[in-house]
Design a protein around this ligand. Structure first.
Ligand code: ATP
Ligand code: MG
Length: 415
């Protein structure tokens, strides 16, 4: 059995007026971007959106719609004519092809077209006794606690029948909330945090501090490969990564800062650079994959000491997630296998065994004075930052270009 259409429902019905209009318009744009290569038609009705399927596989459609934030749910629909015989015929076909043995179900009718000659309840009472004897599967009718509901919607133009719905990403259409920069390390947490911010409507650009050749070029490769996955959810399937050359600063920190404060100072400098780049790029916030945990760099005193260095808001979407929840989401998004590739980024390499769990801002400021020319090092890093536009099909192996990201960029920027 082939479905005729997909009925798409939008999230957050609390939104009213102009906001709702902008929200829907943006979600529609994202849907269009995700289906433009498919032979489907988008049909906009005042309060609904349908996709006419023209024989495109339901699995393909499902995959595409699950990339669009702002979609609350969707249902694959069969269309019947506006008479009882047609509703019964389509209802039987739908149930016989989709109902599994042992399922409890019920029939529910919604009449949007008030001119239809029967009420919602009358339709259900008329069609149920005629549909049920024709079902070939083992089933039971359970109106209180059904596994599946056969929904019959009588609308102006036709009658729509469907069984249940698929949950969409929810949230808000990516881009509707303005831009933020997300610190992407290549680990498990920051890409998940990035996705969650995108899902909430934030247009995200990644920012990665790379320390090649101090760290392996493969750790920057992880960020590129994660960006390819995140790009699936981004507007026009493009995800930008700001690549910050961090090697000199990294070396200077390792040389001059007392061991327990190395991570603290490294993060503070990252935040400072992120803020400068955020301002330059019209971004309103900084996102990290930090959580409140047992790791020294993620105690509250530590988060406070690090964050004190900038004015922009710091968003931490995975703050309340435990590690398993983050891993589960990373797996669902196909990020996990990339994140666990065994290459350390600059925060995990040469890390001290005794990091401060209660660093203070006062100490941090004092130690930062040990750094030679910090301001000019920061300025140089900002100036030499490169912007990489990554798409899901970007074919890029950094180590084909040498040992450092800089070497790779020199070649790639001319392509
Ligand atoms: P992740 O799994 O994202 O690496 P984590 O739990 O390992 O997070 P840390 O290594 O303590 O945490 O880093 C905390 C956050 O700092 C990261 O989530 C990320 O947002 C940011 N960060 C750390 N290293 C880098 C880097 N080299 N480039 C960009 N951001 C970084
Ligand atoms: Mg990490």
């Amino acid at each position: 059995m082939k479905y005729d259409q997909v009925l798409i429902r939008f999230g957050d019905l609390m939104l009213k007026g102009k906001n709702r209009y902008i929200f829907i318009k943006k979600t529609l744009q994202l849907i269009e971007q995700n289906i433009k290569d498919l032979n489907v038609e988008l049909i906009k009705k005042h309060d609904r959106v349908y996709l006419k399927l023209n024989d495109v596989e339901t699995q393909t459609i499902e995959e595409r719609l699950l990339r669009v934030s702002g979609i609350a749910s969707f249902s694959f629909v069969k269309i019947a004519e506006k008479n009882l015989e047609s509703i019964i015929e389509v209802g039987v076909e739908l149930l016989n092809s989709r109902l599994e043995d042992g399922t409890k179900f019920k029939i529910e009718t919604k009449r949007a077209d008030k001119r239809f000659y029967l009420t919602s309840q009358q339709v259900t009472l008329e069609v149920a006794p005629k549909i049920i004897p024709q079902i070939k599967k083992k089933f039971s009718v359970d109106v209180r606690n059904p596994d599946v509901i056969l929904q019959i919607e009588i609308r102006d133009e036709a009658v729509y029948l469907f069984l249940g719905s698929t949950k969409g990403l929810g949230g808000f259409p990516v881009g509707v909330a303005g831009k933020a920069l997300s610190l992407l390390s290549g680990g498990i947490d920051s890409p998940v945090a990035t996705f969650l911010a995108m899902k909430q409507g934030v247009l995200v650009e990644g920012i990665h501090f790379e320390s090649t050749p101090l760290t392996a070029i493969e750790s920057a490769q992880k960020v590129i490969d994660l960006a390819k996955k995140l790009a699936l959810y981004a507007p026009h399937h493009q995800f930008n990564v700001l690549m910050v050359p961090f090697t000199e600063i990294h070396q200077e920190i390792l040389k001059s800062i007392p061991n327990p404060y190395i991570i603290t100072i490294m993060r503070r400098v990252m935040f400072k650079i992120a803020e400068l780049l955020a301002i330059e790029n019209n971004a309103y916030a900084v996102i990290t994959g930090e959580s409140v945990g047992q790791v020294a760099s993620q105690t509250l005193p530590s988060l406070q000491t690090i964050e004190a260095v900038i004015k922009l808001p710091v968003l931490r979407p995975v703050l309340t997630y435990d590690k398993q929840e983050i891993i589960n989401l990373a797996r669902e998004l196909d990020l996990y296998e990339i994140s666990i590739r065994p290459f350390a980024d600059c925060c995990s390499i040469y890390v001290p065994k005794n990091p401060a769990t209660k660093p203070t801002e006062k100490r941090a400021l004092q130690y930062e004075r040990y750094l030679n020319n910090l301001d000019s090092l920061i300025e140089k890093a900002v100036q030499e930052t490169s912007r990489w536009t990554i798409k899901p099909d970007t074919d890029l192996e950094l180590n084909n270009y040498g040992f450092t990201v800089k070497e790779a960029w020199e070649v790639i920027k001319h392509d």
